[in-house]
Write a protein that binds this ligand. Structure first.
Ligand code: R5P
Length: 309
């Protein structure tokens, strides 16, 4: 893999290091310098001319900082004559602003997709896009990985019995089906960025252990309200699994106080020790092996979808 080179922005250094360890190649040397007014300078400190270059940078919090750093990184790589540039975005922020559901609002997911392509990316590699159809926002090839094998492996080792899969909203039904044998659905309405209203549970959870899967936990309103509803309806143990641990305010307190026995997430977004300790029942699994294998396959023109068969 001599032609393969991987670099990382500053958004998730721990994940980038694990991917580098998996591939057995060091992260490329670069310097990222903020100017006094907040502008950024990205400089590559090694040659990338003619290389197959992968830039790892999730657009997690601080979202706008990390996004602009990614765009500048891509521009820098293009001007340094990398042969092919893949933006590796383990968590794609802004994905939820994907349609005009009221008048005079932007479609920011499309804008960000355009920005990434315009900056010079040839391809995108991401994990559990909020909605699969977002792939159509990109005019360049995109590989959307699923965290499902990583989470399923964990849950199958737990040998949970009397299990019902619960989708915390209608949008997640397809995801829950990926994991499910028996399925129940919570009927949810979002009333604001922080709050949701759960109306009813479609299905039966009485006396069952519940596993609830979501693509992301942001303020944790969705999974906590759904967990409370399941508890009210007689569920026994409640476990929550999610790919992206965005965990913005007041997620830590909500998760800590909710009737949830365990929350398992991946490291697409860095999760601080403070948050892990604050929630007290949070486990982080690494997605690095899956991402590293996908990079290896893209570099070698091998199938990525066969990873999920
Ligand atoms: C909704 O469509 C998503 O799949 C998540 O359920 C939602 O975005 C999570 O947000 P929060 O944790 O703030 O309720």
């Amino acid at each position: 893999m001599t032609n393969l080179t991987i670099f990382a922005g500053r958004a998730n250094p721990a994940l980038a290091q694990k991917i580098s360890d998996y591939l057995g190649i060091p992260l490329g040397r670069r310097k990222i310098t903020p100017f006094p007014d907040g502008e950024l300078l990205v400089k590559l400190e090694e040659d990338v001319r003619g290389r197959d270059m992968f830039i790892i940078q999730p657009t997690c919090e601080p979202v706008n900082e990390n996004l602009i750093e990614l765009l500048i990184f891509i521009d820098c790589a293009r001007r340094a004559s990398a042969e092919r540039i893949t933006a590796v975005i383990p968590y794609f922020g802004y994905a939820r602003q994907d349609r005009k559901d009221e008048g005079r609002v932007p479609i920011t997911a499309k804008l960000v997709a355009n920005l990434i392509a315009t900056a010079g990316a040839d391809r995108v590699l991401t994990v559990d896009l909020h909605a699969a159809q977002l792939q159509g926002f990109f005019d360049i090839p995109l590989d959307n990985l699923y965290a499902e094998p990583v989470l399923s492996r964990y849950y199958s080792q737990m040998h949970m019995v009397d299990l019902t899969l619960v989708s915390p909203d209608v949008g997640n039904v397809k995801r829950a089906r990926m994991y499910a044998r028996r399925l129940a659905i919570v009927d949810k309405r979002r009333v604001s960025g922080q709050d949701v209203e759960v109306d009813r549970l479609i299905g039966d959870v009485k006396g069952r252990n519940v596993l609830m899967m979501d693509d992301l936990i942001s303020t944790a309103g969705t999974v906590c309200d759904a967990a409370r509803l399941c508890k009210d309806k007689g569920a026994e143990k409640i476990c929550v699994g999610a790919t992206h641990a965005v965990l913005c305010e007041p997620a830590v307190e909500r998760l800590r106080d909710a009737p949830i026995d365990e929350i398992v997430v991946t490291d697409t977004v860095p999760v601080s020790e403070e948050k892990i300790n604050g929630v007290g029942k949070l486990k982080v699994l690494s997605i690095a092996g899956l991402m590293g294998e996908a990079i290896h396959r893209i570099h070698n023109d091998q199938s990525v979808s066969s990873l999920f068969k």
